[in-house]
Design a protein. Structure first.
Length: 508
């Protein structure tokens, strides 16, 4: 039997541990859970930095977790540790992460909001697996409210339409606005104002009035599911909308102390409960759903699935969602979808032909796919120098499933898809680490060839075969009337491919 996997999440209100091993279907079988409260969010959202006293508490908790994990034969180096919005926004995040590494042996990875969305989606996907409920072919909204941010995903007919990380969190509201607020009514008004400012954008991405599934994740969601919901599978609860509304109203005047006693929850959870449910409730009001689904899962299960999943179905589903998010971004900027799809298919076909000699990591194919879909997105701004505009749009967009580092590499790849290509003279390129520079060179070289094969944006070369000799790659197109434009484009854009792979491209 494989050694269990350990995951630690350093959040705004607590440090949480999960120990699990893979069960049937790739979903985690939970062996151990622990949670210890900590006030990182309070420090950061009032003072801007994590205090020394809070750091000492974090070190104490993590040392205790290290002892707990030793019983499973898991070392600190083998444990995957993430930190979310509160650490991300701390002015002293680097010294904080460094002290944890030096004093406990745990290496902390600070993730961005879009990566939180990715992990939340994987967790929800795992919770839905094997149940009668489905994420496919439905319009859904998935939400998780944290201390520092709210993660929201919109699913259109089973495909990701948008993913957002919004600075709307329970600790942010309670700490930053408390001195100016006269009670929970002001909190509700603040949340309403925030939602009004984002409602138009969300409705442009998905008609919220037609949402069929409203899915909420997290500690507050688990509490209301236990108190007002009904279990419908091993990992899913359903709450009727009226029961949810009734529960939120019933606790609105309770103090955190009373909530902790009545609901048998930690005081740190009780402090955030009403605000978290209020955020869910106000977003719920934008939809017409009759019930709410609560998966019994968390971002930690998402990390476990991300790191251990051997299920090809989960991996394929995730890659399809990343591509769907990129297509929605292209549609938003009125891109040429037929050309983008042709370049995507051709790029991936060439990538697969070269797979044995690429020497790239697992995420390379996904990055090439997104680069191909978005390479011309800058045409929305201006045709001339549109590769630079493509780079800008990609860098400043949220693409589901991609972290900031991957998005940066994709922007670089897209920026080299036209004109004479010399990345080595680009200061941004030279500043990257060697493995990233090689990935950009190889993927940009493939993208340039695929783009050249549709130089006229008419998809004339629908079928082709490719063969390799010692020094050339021959692309045979079959019987076509005139491919002179594509031959010129290959001669112009094949330079990088020849330089990187050593193959001269011959189009016949």
């Amino acid at each position: 039997m494989k050694k269990p996997t350990a995951v630690i999440e350093i959040g705004s209100t607590g440090i949480r541990l999960l120990v699990a091993q893979t069960a049937s279907g790739g979903v985690p079988e939970i062996l151990d859970r622990s949670e210890q409260p900590v006030v990182i969010g309070r420090d950061v959202f009032t003072q801007g930095a994590i205090s020394r006293s809070t750091l000492l508490v974090c070190l104490q908790i993590l040392r205790r977790y290290a002892e707990q994990l030793a019983a499973y034969g898991i070392t600190a180096a083998e444990t995957f540790v993430i930190a979310t919005s509160s650490v991300r926004e701390a002015s002293n995040r680097d010294p904080f992460v460094d002290r944890i590494r030096v004093k406990t042996g745990f290496t902390v990875r600070v993730i961005d909001g879009i990566e939180e969305n990715r992990l939340m989606y994987l967790a929800v996907l795992g919770a839905f697996k094997g149940s009668s409920e489905s994420l496919k072919s439905k319009d859904s909204m998935i939400m998780e409210v944290g201390g520092g941010s709210t993660e929201l995903m919109l699913i259109a007919q089973g495909r990701v339409a948008a993913a957002h990380s919004m600075r709307l969190g329970t600790v942010v509201i309670s700490q930053q606005l408390n001195p100016q607020m006269n009670g929970r009514e002001d909190a509700r008004r603040y949340i309403d104002e925030f939602i009004r400012n984002t409602e138009g954008t969300l409705n442009n991405e998905l008609n919220l009035s037609k949402v069929q599934q409203f899915i909420i994740v997290g500690g507050e969601a688990n509490v209301v599911a236990r108190e007002a919901g009904k279990k419908i599978s091993d990992s899913l609860w359903k709450i009727w909308r009226e029961d949810f509304e009734r529960f939120v109203l019933s606790i609105q005047d309770f103090s955190p102390e009373l909530l902790a006693v009545k609901l048998r929850i930690a005081y740190s959870e009780a402090q955030c409960l009403y605000l978290g449910l209020l955020i869910f409730r106000q977003f719920l009001s934008l939809t017409n759903v009759k019930s709410i689904i609560v998966p019994k899962t968390s971002i930690r299960e998402g990390i476990f699935i991300s790191r251990t999943a051997e299920d090809d179905e989960i991996r394929q589903e995730f890659d399809e969602q990343v591509a769907a998010s990129a297509r929605n971004l292209l549609k938003k900027y009125r891109g040429d979808e037929k050309h983008a799809e042709y370049v995507r298919e051709t790029s991936l076909r060439i990538f697969d032909m070269l797979k044995d000699e690429l020497g790239l990591g697992d995420g390379a194919r996904r990055m090439l796919e997104v680069s191909a879909i978005l390479h011309d997105i800058g045409m929305f701004i201006r045709a001339s120098d549109h590769e630079a505009h493509s780079k800008y749009i990609i860098l400043h967009s949220e693409i589901f499933g991609l972290n900031r580092e991957e998005t940066t590499l994709i922007a670089q790849i897209a920026s080299y898809h036209r004109k004479k290509c010399s990345p080595q003279s680009d200061p941004e390129y030279k500043a990257l680490q060697r493995s990233d520079r090689l990935a950009i060179l190889k993927l940009a070289a493939i993208l340039r060839v695929a783009d050249a094969l549709d130089r006229g944006h008419q998809q004339k070369i629908k079928h082709f075969t490719a063969s390799f000799s010692e020094d050339s790659m021959t692309i045979r197109t079959g019987e076509l009337e005139n491919i002179m434009l594509e031959k010129i484009a290959i001669a112009d854009k094949g330079d990088l491919f020849e330089s990187v792979f050593g193959y001269k491209i011959v189009l016949v």
